[in-house]
Ligand binder design. Structure first.
Ligand code: DUT
Ligand code: MG
Length: 578
């Protein structure tokens, strides 16, 4: 229960409520012990005294208890629900916050489906455990002990007979929970796999359709689902044996006790009322025992869920503010790499000993073959990843000494892949500055050459774009992301220009948008377009993670190395076109 115990710290906030709930629970449970005793009195009065008024009194007593205990039970339930839902609410929030704060590196390696499972089914398991299991334990212990005391008080021999089947019952329930527990876990894991596959396929549904792989995916899914079903049925078989055995043992115990009690009544050592009452207590005795198995399974599920949660919640936020991190304030916009080496994985560097300097308002173009480390270089500037060796400095400050929020406010990023959220166009552009006015949004859109196409939509800036902006074209989406960065008006702009081919006019518009965007700020641009490259003050060419060449367009052309080759093969055609 190591991990589940850690969840208890979230319960601290509910101390008062818990005490209240427990009080209600104890009262309800104790009240539940009274009725058999009253029924006993009623039966004995009826059979021995024959007094109608006393029987009626007992009836009224029973009714009062029923009413009061119903009220307390209702209060207890509601009170319990507020704790459990509050607890789950708190954990879910903490989890979400943590997930969003975890660094790029974590998200690179964690499938989305996994995180969704953490947010949903693990929460469900915890809610079950804390909602039913934990509260019930207290009630069950009280009920069991109370019923036992009542039985012993009536007749210890009778209590012994009543207890005769309890060990077998306990054994059966524990045994079945040992069998069921792992099966439940397997079932949940399989369900997580099913969810993960769904998530991946829905996200990639366009690829599935484009390659006509629907049937293949259906079969793949069917296999997973089939596995799920097989596990389900296996569980059902265990239940098939286990539930009736429990029922049988319970009934057996009852028969033994009633038979013994029947004889006792005949010999006069016990009253009829006592026999009736003992039957009531007997049921209270077996109820909790039968629940143990279920509780164990619940606890196992909760433990597995809590372990998963701990994996995420206790994952170190490797990239986080230092205690003495600074706010940047006014930024000149100077970037320096000092002997930077970096790798995504331990011991496998993708950048080797890179040094470079970009002066305020300069534009640096980054070039190089695919996989040469271009994206990696620019990812280090807003500290999406930390360097392994060397330093990245902005205005002379190591980026690790700057508050992340401040850093990312001054470094605008345009990603290789244009990601939009479901919402309006205006909301998407204003993503980094939700307080922006319509005018500011439009100004940013104009800079990004997006204003025109946006106003051509019937709803203009209020046009809804679907999840990931699927209702826009690639070129439109790209200009949206440029507008988003423009609105931030960052001192430093980093841009991972995608190679996605667009028509000549859009191409021209994007070029304009980029040139516009780079004006008056420090820019580092991964360039594929001749216009961007020529416009840059300086160009670096990466080769397998090493800065192989550095200089202006003319200088590098004259050098006749990597750049010359890229120019000849990719850029020269654009001379006439562009
Ligand atoms: N790499 C990883 N993990 C990642 C991203 C990249 O190991 O999360 C590796 C792949 C590659 C190297 O780092 O060998 C450099 O990748 P980068 O994305 O920096 O290359 P690029 O120059 O931006 O390539 P492209 O032009 O295809 O975008
Ligand atoms: Mg890249």
């Amino acid at each position: 229960m190591r991990y589940t115990l850690r969840v208890f710290r979230y319960l601290r906030a509910y101390r008062g409520r818990i005490i209240q709930t427990m009080a209600f629970l104890v009262i309800t449970t104790l009240l539940g012990l009274a009725p058999p005793r009253l029924i006993q009195g009623m039966v004995d009065t009826a059979t021995r005294l024959g007094s109608r008024s006393v029987v009626a009194l007992f009836g009224i007593g029973l009714l009062c208890i029923a009413i009061v205990s119903a009220l307390f039970a209702a209060a207890q339930r509601y009170s319990m629900a507020t704790i459990v839902h509050g607890l789950i609410y708190d954990i879910r929030n903490a989890l979400y916050e943590q997930i969003l704060h975890l660094p790029f590196g974590f998200h690179d390696q964690t499938p989305t489906g996994y995180l969704i499972s953490r947010m949903t089914s693990d929460m469900e398991a915890l809610s079950m455990f804390f909602g039913f299991g934990l509260g019930n334990i207290v009630g069950m212990v009280i009920t069991f002990l109370g019923a036992l005391i009542m039985l012993v008080a009536m007749s210890w021999q009778l209590a012994l007979v009543a207890l005769a089947t309890v060990p077998f019952l306990a054994m059966t329930t524990l045994r079945s929970s040992n069998l069921l527990g792992p099966q439940f876990l397997g079932l949940r894991r399989q369900f997580a796999r099913v969810t993960a596959q769904l998530q991946e396929n829905f996200a990639g549904v366009r690829v599935v359709k484009a390659f006509a792989r629907e049937q293949h995916e259906v079969i793949k899914f069917d296999r997973q689902l089939d596995d799920f079903m097989v596990r389900r049925l296996k569980l059902a078989r265990v239940f098939m044996i286990y539930m009736p055995s429990m029922g049988f043992l319970t009934n057996l115990g009852m028969v033994l006790m009633l038979t013994y009690g029947g004889y006792a009544v005949i010999t006069g050592s016990m009253s009829l009322g006592q026999l009736v009452a003992s039957q009531g207590y007997m049921m209270m005795l077996t109820g909790p025992i039968r629940m143990i198995g279920w509780m164990v399974i619940n606890a196992q599920r909760a433990e597995a869920a809590a372990e998963h949660l701990a994996e995420v919640l206790e994952h170190e936020r490797l990239i986080a503010d230092r205690l003495d991190a600074i706010d940047l304030g006014e930024v000149r916009g100077e970037i320096r790499f000092e002997n930077v080496s970096f790798g995504y994985e331990e011991g496998a560097y993708v950048l080797h000993n890179c040094s470079l300097e970009v002066k305020p308002n300069e534009t640096l173009a980054v070039m190089g073959a695919t996989g040469s480390g271009k994206t990696s270089v620019i990812n280090l500037i807003p500290r999406f990843y930390d360097v392994n060796e060397g330093r990245v400095l902005i205005d002379g400050h190591d980026v690790r000494d700057i508050k992340l929020a401040s850093l990312r406010q001054h470094v605008g990023t345009i990603f290789q892949e244009a990601v939009l959220f479901s919402g309006t166009i205006a909301e998407n552009i204003a993503y980094g500055r939700p307080d922006a006015t319509q005018e500011e949004i439009e100004r940013a859109a104009k800079m990004a050459q997006a204003h025109e196409f946006i106003t051509r939509f019937p709803n203009g800036y209020q046009t809804h774009v679907g999840e990931r902006g699927m209702t826009l074209s690639g070129g439109q989406r790209q200009r949206m992301t440029i507008a988003r960065a423009m609105l931030l008006d960052p001192r430093i702009l980093i841009m991972d220009d995608s190679t996605s081919s667009v028509d000549v006019e859009t191409e021209y518009l994007i070029q304009q948008a980029m040139l516009e965007g780079m004006r008056g700020r420090t820019s580092v641009v991964i360039a594929h377009r001749l216009s961007t490259v020529k416009n840059a003050d300086r160009i670096i060419v990466l080769d397998k993670g090493v800065i192989a060449e550095e200089g202006t367009h003319e200088e590098l052309l004259a050098l006749g190395g990597h750049y010359r080759q890229i120019y000849d093969t990719q850029l020269a055609d654009q001379e006439e076109a562009g």
